[in-house]
Design a protein around this ligand. Structure first.
Ligand code: GLU
Length: 457
């Protein structure tokens, strides 16, 4: 099996493109086949080195390694031109000056469902200037698709497709078919948006007398609202998922299960297992729903599954990337504890700093929370909390927990009226890791300093 991913480098790698790349990769790795990468860079304005690098960077981050050298479509232009010439020489293609209006007039005369035939038509060009059209033979063109089944197109309805411009430069459907053929591609797995190109590409195979590959057209991705996936559904590209703090393994897991038959898309399946179990024929024909909330949930499981040490390293690297590295530098012990007490409450590495950054920087400035929990009645509780904490021995999570629960009983207060003021004194806000854990992480001195500041002492 030889498959390929053939992106046009127009910018970031979209989630839909990443899924196409992944399915190709899974097929190749699961069958001992080859996964090739062809950059379709014929749009020279958009195919900048930066855009190519964005695609490669996204594939590397996802761990989708390709076999052999990267292929660039523009390098094959001479070959494409030679094929066009060969088809012209064999009368399988011809030069044509037919305009859209000519094609319309042809249909008015022959019937709207009749494909345009220009070989024996006055618009056929006698010199070397017209666009090159491929002659559609009689018969049928069958797209054999592993997801959608066979679809038969009657050739009589297809216009003779333009395969090269007047200057001989090849058009997309010609280039793709030749490149796939030359590379020995056995399965073309790509988005459903290419479905209408496929019969044209098959006509090129037929004209070359070459065996066509099998196809798998993947259904489009929708957002949870059933509309085509776009930016308003959240992160729409691999780069954005990365910046949002997702782990590549979680993204791979989630994308693999999107629209994969009846598999629940929240199941944790490691990469090696996905490779073993992936079956393109089980991919559903229906649009798949990309739901970032499910990805978040799955990502949280992957985060915790790393174990505290690995997660600490992952988070440290992310903090360095996002400009917070200096805040945690030299404080590895506190960072490890902070990660340990935060891990149940975070779903992405990006969630860590807003939740636990106060341990390093001091209380944040959440005026609303402070007005609510540090008003006069709550400050009375906080003063009692201070006295209790000053005497807790040792200053551990368990001891702090026990002493403060006893204090709640003594004061006949509600637990939250005692604990929340402490939380807000330590964090500046009402959302944080566990309050006893946070106090223990800060240690007695720093805890009392922050409580004193809240008490105005
Ligand atoms: N270059 C095309 C794209 O980026 C894909 C072509 C193909 O997979 O056949 O949409």
């Amino acid at each position: 099996m030889r498959v390929r991913f053939a992106p046009s480098p127009t910018g970031k790698l979209h989630v839909g493109g990443a899924r196409a790349a992944l399915y190709n990769w899974l097929l190749a790795r699961g069958s001992g086949g080859q996964f090739l990468l062809r950059i379709e860079d014929t749009d020279r304005e958009r195919s900048t080195p930066e855009n190519v690098e964005q695609i490669l960077d996204a594939l590397r981050w996802l761990g989708l390694d390709w076999d052999g050298e990267i292929d660039f479509q523009t390098q094959h232009e001479e070959r494409h031109r030679a094929v066009v010439q060969q088809l012209l020489d064999e009368d399988k293609a011809y030069r044509s000056n037919a305009t859209a209006d000519d094609v319309k007039a042809y249909k008015a005369e022959h019937g709207a469902d009749k494909g345009f035939r220009g070989f024996d038509h006055p618009t056929r060009s006698t010199d070397d200037t017209g666009a090159v059209r491929l002659r559609v033979p009689e018969g049928e063109t069958v797209v054999r698709d592993l997801v959608r089944g066979d679809t038969t197109f009657r050739n009589v309805h297809m216009d003779d497709p333009v395969i090269a411009r007047g200057d001989g430069s090849p058009l997309y459907n010609l280039a793709v078919a030749i490149d796939d053929h030359d590379a020995g591609i056995t399965h073309v797995v790509r988005g459903e948006d290419h479905l209408s190109n496929t019969p044209k590409q098959l006509l090129v195979y037929a004209a070359l007398g070459a065996e066509a590959p099998l196809f798998a057209h993947l259904p489009l991705l929708h957002g949870p609202d059933g509309k085509k996936l776009s930016k308003r559904h959240g992160a729409a590209s691999v780069q954005e998922l990365r910046a949002a703090g997702y782990l590549p393994d979680a993204v791979i897991n989630y994308l693999a299960l999107l629209g994969w038959g009846d598999e629940d898309d929240e199941t944790e399946i490691p990469r090696e297992e996905l490779v073993k179990r992936f079956d393109i024929e089980r991919v559903s024909k229906n649009p798949a729903r990309f739901d970032e909330q499910k990805l978040r949930w799955l990502n949280g499981r992957y985060l915790r599954g790393q174990g505290v040490d690995a997660l600490t390293a992952t988070i440290k690297a992310h903090l360095e990337e996002t400009g917070h590295g200096h805040m945690v530098a030299g404080r590895d012990d506190l960072l490890r504890i902070a990660v340990e007490i935060s891990q149940e409450k975070i779903s992405t590495v990006d969630d860590f700093w807003p939740l636990a950054g106060f341990l390093f920087t001091g209380p944040v400035d959440d005026v609303k929370a402070q007005e609510k929990w540090l008003d006069a009645p709550h400050l009375e509780h906080l003063a009692a909390v201070r006295d209790t904490l000053a005497g807790v021995e040792p200053f551990s999570v368990e001891a702090v927990d026990g002493a403060l629960r006893a204090l709640v009983g003594e004061r006949g207060a509600k637990a939250k009226d005692v604990f929340q003021p402490l939380r807000v004194a330590l964090a500046g806000t009402a959302i944080s890791p566990g309050v006893f854990e946070s106090a223990a992480a800060l240690g007695r001195d720093e805890t009392l300093r922050r409580v004193d500041a809240a008490l105005g002492r």
